[in-house]
Design a protein around this ligand. Structure first.
Ligand code: NAD
Ligand code: TYD
Length: 334
């Protein structure tokens, strides 16, 4: 089976490349990635030279790159490639529209022209918008995205569905909750806070710290995607959540405790614009296909933190020059 993994040098995409390469010895993986600031070939360095793996440096929004890959034959296209950071989308949404929406369109066109067994569009729980306490989102709920990132993801989600409904492209859509794990770019909350603390820098908690996210380990996400590849009904959407709803401050407390850092490093800063209060997923539909999350949050988080402790070479390189420019712009006036 040939997998085209787009965004395979990013956080979840690279974990998926590992998952397929390590668990499916007959699978071939083509990793198509533009290597934006978030793309990092260190994440997949083990596979260089492996005949089952190839890397294409290119843009999913460029048909001249995408079409020849599909022409050679793709069984499963798993589209992770995207601009993904909500704060950056608030600063400048343009790349979110060109990559997340237009890029997905280019991939779908190629799938329509050359055929695939399944096209998996990787989407997010953020498309449902902010969810009241006591409720959780099911796949048929209306999409109410409230920031440019989630709006562009919602656009791509429905565009993918339209290629199924209109042209019969075999699309499945997955909507996952907040992931955590290794190779997570240190602009997102968990890796940012862990690496800041490892350098004894303060952590910037937005607002009152009581926003709720449902944390999903990348392994459980990858298992969920593979379940949809194997058993998902074409044209359907599947939620993938970890079942670990926590207020941000609860996650922060666990990180502080694990690293044994002083309370003085906690800072509460000006809130994110349009900050969604809570996400929550009902995952009964995917569970009916035999999947369920297996990583316990406290254990998964502890192992993840230890990985950052033991792999400073990975994140110290990232946290330099251009990264600090972004950091200053994002945090200095909060
Ligand atoms: P990431 O930002 O870590 O990685 C994105 C990757 O896509 C990078 O390697 C980047 O170089 C590549 N990329 C960006 N633009 C590209 C383009 N035009 N052409 C080719 N490659 C391009 O992102 P992530 O956190 O791994 O997220 C992966 C996918 O999962 C995204 O679609 C995201 O919306 C979705 N998702 C993420 C989460 C989460 O918690 N991180 C949760 C649910 C869904
Ligand atoms: P993030 O990791 O950016 O993921 P998302 O916005 O996609 O959920 O943020 C997770 C939560 O952490 C979210 O409620 C915003 C909050 N947050 C902070 O409090 N401080 C920060 O510096 C960042 C980046 C996020």
């Amino acid at each position: 089976m040939r997998y085209l993994v787009t965004g395979g040098a990013g956080f979840i995409g690279s974990n998926f490349v590992h998952f397929i390469m390590d668990n499916y010895p007959d699978a071939e993986v083509i990793n198509l990635d533009k290597l934006t600031y978030a793309g990092n070939l260190d994440n997949v360095k083990e596979y260089v030279g492996n005949p089952r793996y190839s890397f294409v440096h290119g843009d999913i929004a460029d048909a001249k790159v995408v079409d020849p890959i599909f022409e050679k034959g793709v069984d499963y296209c798993v589209n992770f490639a995207a601009e993904t950071h909500v704060d950056r989308s608030i600063g400048d949404p343009s790349e979110f529209i060109t990559t997340d929406v237009f890029g997905t369109y280019v991939l779908l066109e190629a799938a329509k022209k050359f055929g695939v067994k399944k096209f998996i569009q990787i989407c997010t729980d953020e498309v449902y918008g902010t969810i009241e306490p006591g409720r959780s989102s099911v796949e048929t709920d209306p999409l109410m995205p409230r920031n440019p990132y989630s709006a562009s993801k919602a656009g791509a989600d429905r565009l993918a569905y339209s290629y199924f409904a209109t042209y019969g492209v075999p699309v499945c859509i997955t909507r996952a909750s907040n992931n955590y794990g290794i190779y997570h770019y240190p602009e997102k909350m968990i890796p940012l806070f862990v690496t800041n603390l490892l350098e004894d820098r303060p952590v910037p908690i937005y607002g009152d710290g009581k926003n709720v996210r449902d944390w999903l380990h990348t392994l459980d996400h990858c298992r969920g995607i593979q379940t949809v590849i194997e058993k998902g009904v074409i044209g359907e959407v599947y939620n993938i959540g970890g079942g670990n709803e926590r207020q941000n401050i609860e996650v922060v407390d666990l990180i502080f405790k694990h690293l044994n850092k002083p309370e003085s490093l906690k800072t509460f800063v000006k809130d994110r614009l349009g900050h969604d209060r809570r996400y929550s997923l009902c995952c009964d539909k995917l569970k009916a296909l035999g999947w369920q999350p297996i990583v316990k949050f406290e254990e998964g988080l502890a192992k993840t933190i230890d990985w950052y402790v033991n792999n400073r070479w990975w994140w110290e390189k990232i946290k330099s020059g251009e990264y600090w420019e972004y950091y200053k712009k994002q945090y200095q006036d909060r």
